[in-house]
Design a protein around this ligand. Structure first.
Ligand code: ZN
Length: 558
């Protein structure tokens, strides 16, 4: 039987099938002789439909081809496992894809672009967009007054690109019922006020978006489907074959987003492998609410989609973002008279995690500041004492500000660090302003995490940053000269699959899912310095998910 085999030959196949230890760990242990993180190298691969059938030399693999096989000469190109994106926001990415992003260098010029965004909207429609002040000459968040001046006649809601703050104009605040008397919700949404007590329009915290967006007309089912189709196309073009939504329900609510995912998977608009991580505070809003199990959430998916969705982790937030001064630090910010703070107080955090584990989930907790990472590790330890072991390791999302003690504690915890190298390329200058040079130098020590034996997966948190994995590799190698190219690629493939508990992805081995990316040439043959400078010349040629071409082309590889 040779029907419908696809044979790719004449290239470099990087299997990433080598188990840890990685290069950094083997260097640290003085044992450089082991296979590097790129795993086995071969020249050909054969797959049929969903499954990889063989990896090996050209003669051996070409012998499997029959008259019905699709045989492609790679002409020296490289085949890697498809990139795994264990922490992204695809619904949000698709939702904002056509919207204005106010960025650039001049704050005034950015805000001037705002009225143009309203031109094609219906008279009463909300103007929704995002802003990124990290490059602005005056990096102050926009206020309601700025927005009122630009667009006085319709509600306007701008989300900070990090997702941890929003600004609303006067009409939007009024529709959301937010005024001088509206109380803050400690840890969850803080309404910034001027000296007279009037809201400035800026809200910070994990619920800032919901607080205003709840007054907006809900996206329709068609909007949700279109958002996920757009996100799938963008991810596939970047070589991604597995994606996790790391806060299901955060844009349009749990029910609407779950329905959109079910519909997009069933219709084929979302052809990638999907993991959904429901927001814990969305499936169990009050601390003593019973936490629904993964099976309870899966029951709301259509039958045809259920088997294609992984539900292993819930998402929880311990703090906010450095860019919005909401990350929780041990010592105050360099440029603000406070140290941020927790979203949940320490005992509530531990209780939430224990409840999720008891319901059958592992937990992925967002923790950026050093105080937040410490609190999460305490909470994981406390939960372990009273709840069953989850089937998959817990995760710490971002884990940005770490010292030697926290690295050792993270290693001992067994949790996976899911980190975002492209954050450093995007907001490095802002981080230095927030933390001072000395603390900023402690951010994201990739090689040290690997040397400590911590499972480390890369991700982008897209659309916070554009999110192409190859740009993540470049940012990582620019930031940490102790990291190898193979390790950076391992963090985008095998390690990401492990973070998702997905045995089928992340490695090119017989029997695993045929998820592959074809790159223009062997990425491990390009010197680290070239990657760090961005002149590696590596590009995605084609992306294959479950044996199906989802981006680029296979024919005419010249
Ligand atoms: Zn995120």
């Amino acid at each position: 039987m040779t029907h419908h085999y696809t044979v790719l030959h004449g290239g470099t196949i990087l299997s990433f099938d080598g188990a840890l230890p990685t290069d950094a760990a083997s260097r640290a242990s003085g044992d450089p002789g082991v296979r590097d993180a790129a795993g086995r190298r071969a020249t050909a691969i054969c797959y049929a439909h969903e499954r990889i059938l063989a990896v090996g030399g050209d003669a051996e693999i070409l012998a499997m081809a029959g008259p019905d096989s699709h045989v492609v000469d790679l002409r020296g190109r490289a085949v890697l496992p498809g990139f795994v994106e264990p922490h992204a926001h695809p619904y949000w990415e698709g939702f904002v894809a056509g919207m204005r992003l106010l960025a650039g260098r001049e704050r005034r010029a950015a805000l001037k672009a705002l009225p143009g965004g309203a031109e094609r909207l219906e008279p009463d429609a909300w103007l929704v967009g995002r802003y990124d002040p990290t490059g602005w000459d005056r990096p102050d968040d926009p206020t309601r007054d700025d927005l009122d001046r630009a667009v006085p006649d319709r509600p306007v809601l701008l989300a900070h690109v990090s997702g941890h703050a929003v600004t609303a104009n006067s009409l939007a605040l009024a529709l959301a019922g937010i005024g001088p008397e509206t109380p803050d919700v400690p840890g969850r949404s803080a309404i910034e006020r001027d000296e007279t007590g009037e809201p400035t329009g800026i809200l910070r915290g994990p619920d800032a978006w919901d607080r205003v967006a709840s007054a907006m007309p809900a996206p329709t089912a068609a909007d949700g489907h279109a958002a996920l189709a757009r996100a799938a196309a963008r991810l596939a073009a970047d070589g991604v074959t597995s994606v996790a939504d790391a806060d299901l329900g955060s844009t349009a609510g749990l029910a609407a987003e779950l329905a959109a995912w079910g519909e997009a998977i069933t219709s084929g608009a979302m052809p990638l492998a999907v993991s959904l991580m429901p927001g814990l505070v969305r499936i169990a809003p009050a601390p003593d609410d019973a936490v629904p199990s993964p099976a309870d959430i899966a029951a709301d998916l259509p039958d045809a989609a259920r088997a294609r969705v992984r539900l292993t982790h819930v998402k929880l937030k311990a703090d906010g973002a450095l860019t919005t001064h909401t990350a929780w630090l041990r010592a105050p910010y360099e440029d603000a008279p406070h140290a941020g703070g927790p979203v949940h107080d320490t005992s509530a955090l531990a209780e939430r995690i224990r409840g999720a584990v008891a319901a059958g989930w592992a937990v992925a907790t967002h923790a950026i500041g050093d105080a937040a990472v410490a609190a999460v590790l305490d909470a994981y330890a406390a939960a372990a004492a009273t709840a069953p072991d989850p089937a998959h390791p817990h995760r710490v999302e971002h884990a940005m500000l770490l010292d030697g003690d926290l690295i050792a504690r993270l290693a001992a915890s067994g949790a996976t660090a899911v980190v975002q190298p492209e954050f450093l390329a995007w907001a490095g200058a802002t981080y230095r302003a927030r933390l001072g040079e000395e603390r900023a130098a402690q951010l994201l020590p990739f090689a040290a995490l690997l040397a400590a034996g911590i499972p480390m997966a890369f991700s982008s948190d897209r659309p916070v940053v554009p999110g192409a994995p190859l740009d993540g590799v470049r940012a990582a190698l620019r930031h940490d000269s102790g990291l190898s190219v193979a390790e950076a690629l391992h963090a985008w493939t095998a390690a990401g699959a492990m973070a998702l508990g997905d045995d089928d992805a992340g490695r090119l081995e017989v029997g695993r899912r045929s998820d592959l990316v074809i790159l223009s040439r062997d990425p491990t043959a390009v010197p680290t310095r070239a990657w760090a400078r961005g002149d590696d010349g590596i590009a995605v040629i084609a992306t294959i998910a479950g044996g199906r071409l989802v981006a680029g082309r296979l024919e005419g590889l010249a």
